[in-house]
Design a protein around this ligand. Structure first.
Ligand code: AMP
Length: 382
């Protein structure tokens, strides 16, 4: 069990590894609770740096920069799990890291993640690791078709994945995933005929208190989250199973912080876990407006030793991402009553880049039907 620690006094500095929009919203939540933030980002001009007290631009493999960063902060956390852990010893010697790097090590590797989930009794799709090209054919045949090949590491937003419908799809998929280099470690998992995708965000403090938000339903387009519907339109037993799985993960990690568990819902109402993100998640942005305490504030509270907030939902909500050129609709969104647009301040508009999001609230129990959901946001086409 993690050692409980005294609350971080106001004015203390929270170090955030990663400088994207999640770090930006985390820094804004930290500021509201009286904390300073120091963002550490390998990318120049990180969106989180626009709202942080300080910014360091350096690589995650730069042990000296991480040590210096560590000495300037009171606690470190992260907004991005695809961080090489090599330099973390230098950081850990200077400041506590919450959640613990061991959590990152599991969450950033799909093979470790699925083994961990299965070991603690959380069901996933049947899966198997593929370490070498020579074993791919037999392993894939064992899992059966259709199935999904995924790189074990560094994948996000559907990158590093290939769906295989039959044996003939294997060789081209391996070529694509290898991209001219040696084949990276992969996993293959059965294709899940899900009826919905959902996620659960849960915070846990060092005393073992937990608070989870209502289960949210997610729809993806081109591998990227497009729409979140809160609450998910699922049976209470399904919601309870999803929350129980997230609780089990948080407890098994002895988590101090916040994590998101993504799950598939099957036609019979059962759930299979897909992925763990030990940080705030895109599918939790609705909590900023629909709950008294957002996912970002909850993460700050957990890592700062403050009491966790009440995660209950006071409104239903829809959240849509503004991807790429959709951000050009921002002036129109601002002028549309009932919309709550967020701009991440990213300079360059690129296809597939998360540029902002927009939330719409509804009274509790008042989510519209499918036609209403489709009509809830104006066309984002520029
Ligand atoms: P992931 O990167 O694992 O979160 O996958 C991105 C998206 O691909 C998921 O949100 C699903 O929509 C889809 N996907 C991933 N794995 C599977 C699977 N085993 N079966 C069906 N769809 C999948």
């Amino acid at each position: 069990m993690a050692e409980p620690f005294p609350p971080l006094p106001p004015g203390s500095t929270i170090g955030i590894l990663g400088g994207g929009q999640l770090g930006r919203m985390l820094a804004m939540a930290a500021a509201r609770l009286g904390y300073r933030t120091h963002v550490y980002s390998p990318e120049p001009d990180p969106p989180a740096g626009h709202v942080a007290t300080r910014t360091t631009i350096a690589g995650f493999d730069d042990a000296e920069a991480l040590a210096t960063f560590g000495r300037s902060i009171d606690v470190a956390t992260f907004e991005f799990e695809n961080v090489a852990l090599d330099g973390f010893a230098a950081l850990a010697a200077a400041a506590p890291i919450r959640p613990a790097p061991a959590v990152l090590a599991v969450a950033q590797d799909r093979a470790r993640e699925k083994s961990f989930l299965n070991r603690i009794g959380v069901a996933t799709a049947p899966w198997a690791p593929i370490a070498h090209r020579e074993e791919a054919e037999a392993t894939v045949a064992e899992v059966g078709f259709p199935c999904v090949l995924k790189t074990a590491r560094w994948g996000y937003d559907g990158k590093g994945q290939a769906v295989l419908h039959g044996p003939e799809d294997l060789a081209p998929a391996l070529d694509r995933l290898a991209a001219g280099r040696a084949l990276p470690p992969l996993i293959v998992e059965a294709f899940v005929p899900f009826v919905r995708e959902v996620s659960v965000l849960i915070a846990r403090d060092a005393r073992g208190n937990t608070a989870s938000f209502d289960v949210v339903e997610n729809r993806h387009k081109g591998g990227i989250l497009d729409l979140s519907i809160a609450p998910a339109r699922i049976a209470p037993e399904t919601a309870a199973a999803a929350r129980a799985a997230a609780l089990r993960v948080a407890e098994a990690f002895d988590l101090v912080g916040l994590l998101c568990l993504e799950l598939f819902v099957l036609a019979d109402g059962s759930v299979l876990a897909n992925e763990i993100a030990p940080r705030p998640h895109n599918s939790g942005h609705w909590t900023i407006e629909a709950c008294a305490v957002s996912q970002f504030e909850q993460q700050v509270r957990a890592i700062a030793g403050l009491p966790l907030g009440d995660p209950s939902r006071h409104s239903d909500a829809l959240m849509r991402n503004l991807i790429g050129e959709a951000i050009l609709a921002f002036p129109r969104l601002l002028a549309t009553p009932g919309l709550i647009p967020h701009h991440y301040g990213k300079g360059e508009v690129r296809a597939g880049r998360k540029m902002g999001h927009v939330t719409r609230l509804f009274p509790l129990g008042g989510l519209p039907d499918e036609a209403g959901i489709a009509a809830a946001f104006p066309d984002f086409a520029p």
